[in-house]
Each structure stands twice: as C-alpha cells, then as structure tokens.
Ligand binder design. Structure first.
Ligand code: ZN
Length: 144
C-alpha cells in the first residue's frame, strides 16, 4: 500500500448525498465508493465493492482503496469471523496427527527433555509453538 493510512473513524459507514448537474438529489452512496470514484474514476461494475486494501476499516487513504467482487468480500468476512484453525489454516506446519502423537507421548511420560525442541526443529516451528501445541494452549480444537 502506498503511503500511510489516513484515519477517519467509521468511514465505512458514512454515506454522501449525490446531486445531478441540475442540483436534484439522486440518492446516496457510501463515502468510500464516492471517494474511490472521485480519485480513480467511475466504477462500471455494480457488483464490485470498495474496501480498504490495507485492512484498516477506519482508513480513507484513496491509495489504499481497492475494488473487490462482492463474493470475494463476503468470503473475506467469513474467514475473518471464523479463521481456519489447525490443519485448515493454510500456513499450518503441524497436523492433528503430529499434535495428538506428541500429546500421547507426553501423557505416557515418554516425552524426554529436549524432545520438544527436536520435534519443533523437525516440523519447522518454534519450540514455544510446539510446547503450547503439546500442552493444549494451541491446537485446543483437538482433544485426546
Ligand atoms: Zn490504509
């Protein structure tokens, strides 16, 4: 994103009244869509929505405004409300199986000093991440 965010609280919710050349009221428009059209030109596709590409909902820097299809926008909202956990997270390096196996070893007292660090290195995660996964602070959606 070019430049810093320019904050205007609740700018997503603001609307502006629009008038034609003769001064007749022709309905309102969201503030961000109005700002986008003023700075980037008219939006031809009615199915496109204007969102902040920087992810800051209070930002109204015109350079941070991007067009997104309605379906992409709704998908992003759903992901934000219900982020993928565990294996469903595309960035996950651990799997349910690894976590369950290590928890089982711990339960049986067969997880030796240094094992956590070794497994962390093996699976490419930080030892604290592995420790929390084994202790159930992370990956708490799965239980033995
Ligand atoms: Zn921004």
């Amino acid at each position: 994103m070019k430049g810093k965010c320019i904050i205007l609280k609740n700018c997503r919710k603001k609307r502006v009244r629009r008038y034609d050349d003769a001064g007749n009221y022709i309905g309102n428009q969201t503030y961000l869509r109005n700002l986008y059209e003023k700075t980037h030109g008219p939006i031809d596709e009615p199915e496109m929505v204007v969102v902040q590409g920087c992810g800051n909902e209070d930002c109204h820097n015109p350079d941070h405004l991007i067009l997104k299809s309605l379906s992409d926008h709704f998908r992003d909202i759903v992901v934000a409300l219900d982020p993928p956990v565990g294996e469903k997270n595309p960035n996950a390096k651990l799997t349910d199986e690894i976590v369950l196996r290590l928890r089982a070893l711990k339960k049986k007292g067969r997880l030796q000093r240094g094992d956590i660090s070794r497994y962390a290195r093996q699976y490419g995660v930080h030892k604290h991440t592995m420790q929390k996964a084994v202790n159930g602070q992370y990956w708490n959606h799965i239980q033995i």
